[in-house]
Design a protein around this ligand. Structure first.
Ligand code: NDP
Length: 342
């Protein structure tokens, strides 16, 4: 099979790409420039590089942005749409986040329907952010949950990201169920806060994806007492390893049962002190850069934390989740390896 993977330069996409290649798919990734596309292709082991190519899509928010990218010879069987902005801060919520998230999602669906009739399934990376409603948490979150955030709140940078994920996902369901009714089926992956090995194609640790930044900062000594200590963990206390997220996307492409469904992809709980404790235990050589044992023992995990139900992802997608220690250790190792090589 052949897959179009959007946002090929991203953290999650880099693992989706590895997983697709492992499963024998041919892949075309989209990147915002030639230089970025070439970096992604070069990051792939040479025994696999004939299975990968790239196409430039500069601005996913533009009308018809994907019209050319979805045309291919031989034609695509599947599309995985991961491209969407995820930053800690926004200058212009609409231009920097909401437009590319929402218009990009509608755009990939429109272009696929118009120009790629062989595509059987589209898988889109949404987020647990599209499900969670702080501070009015239910006892247990599952696939029936939708964030209570509105368009008005979306314009407040504090809510922009989670609104972008909810509104983009809603728009995708409306597209397939009501307004356009395409021949392909849709599956949505609602993964939570994601840790894991950094992309081999990364140019610099200063452009590391948002969810891995806290582990980078810890490794760089920014959680030591003299630097202000361990930052508060809030608002997210659930994590998943990126390799499980990648497998979820790949299984979602071909599982007949996965069509028309969303999947909450979440492994377990974490907190910053717990991460610090793991890194202290497993990387004694980094001790000078790390918070003290006493600080790592002051856990800020809330007593009344909400629960999650990830049964559907385990039963339908067959996920067996990696734990926090493995995920954190492998992330730290990838950062140290990157630093040694640059
Ligand atoms: P990255 O920032 O590493 O990846 C984002 C990707 O989207 C990059 O390829 C980026 O391109 C591309 N992109 C962003 N904005 C635009 C734009 N305006 N036009 C074109 N391309 C754009 O983050 P992640 O890998 O973490 O995120 C990937 C997806 O996963 C997103 O949809 C995100 O919302 C979702 N997600 C992430 C979670 C996490 O904890 N990391 C949790 C749940 C969902 P470029 O490299 O050129 O900037």
């Amino acid at each position: 099979g052949k897959v179009l993977l959007t946002g090929g330069t991203g953290f999650i996409a880099s693992h989706v790409l590895d997983c697709l290649l492992d499963h024998g798919f041919d892949v075309v990734v989209t990147a915002r420039s030639r230089e970025k596309g070439e970096r992604v292709v070069k990051s792939v082991h040479e025994s696999l590089d004939r299975q990968v190519s790239f196409v430039v899509v500069e601005d996913i928010a533009k009308d018809g942005a994907f019209d050319e990218a979805v045309k291919s010879d031989p034609p695509f069987d599947y599309v995985v749409h991961t491209a969407s902005p995820y930053q800690p801060h926004w200058n212009d919520p609409v231009k920097d986040c909401l437009d590319p998230a929402i218009k990009g999602t509608i755009g990939i669906l429109k272009s696929t329907q118009a120009y790629a009739p062989t595509v059987k399934r589209v898988v889109i990376t949404s987020s647990s952010a599209a499900m969670l409603s702080p501070p009015n948490h239910p006892k247990v979150y599952d696939e029936s949950c939708w964030a209570d955030v509105t368009w008005e709140q979306a314009l407040d940078p504090q809510h922009t990201y989670r609104a972008s994920k909810k509104l983009a996902e809603k728009a995708a369901w409306t597209f397939v169920r009501t307004t356009h009714r395409p021949t392909f089926t849709l599956t949505i992956i609602n993964n939570t806060y994601t840790f894991g090995p950094i992309p081999r194609s990364l140019a610099s640790l200063s452009t590391l994806n948002t969810s891995n930044q806290r582990i980078r900062d810890l490794v760089h000594g920014r959680w030591r007492g003299s630097e202000g200590g361990i930052p508060p963990t809030a608002p997210v206390f659930t994590f998943v390893d990126v390799r499980d997220v990648a497998l979820a996307h790949v299984r979602a492409l071909t599982s007949p049962e996965a069509g028309g469904r969303r999947f909450y992809v979440v492994s377990g709980f974490f907190s910053n002190p717990r991460i610090a404790g793991i890194v202290r235990k497993r990387f004694p050589e980094l001790h000078e850069r790390l918070p003290s044992e006493a600080e790592a023992e002051k856990d800020d995990f809330p007593e009344d934390h909400w629960g999650f139900d990830n049964r559907q992802s385990r039963e339908v997608l067959g996920l067996e989740y990696k734990g926090l220690e493995e995920s954190v250790v492998d992330t730290v190792e990838s950062i140290l390896k990157f630093e040694a090589a640059h």
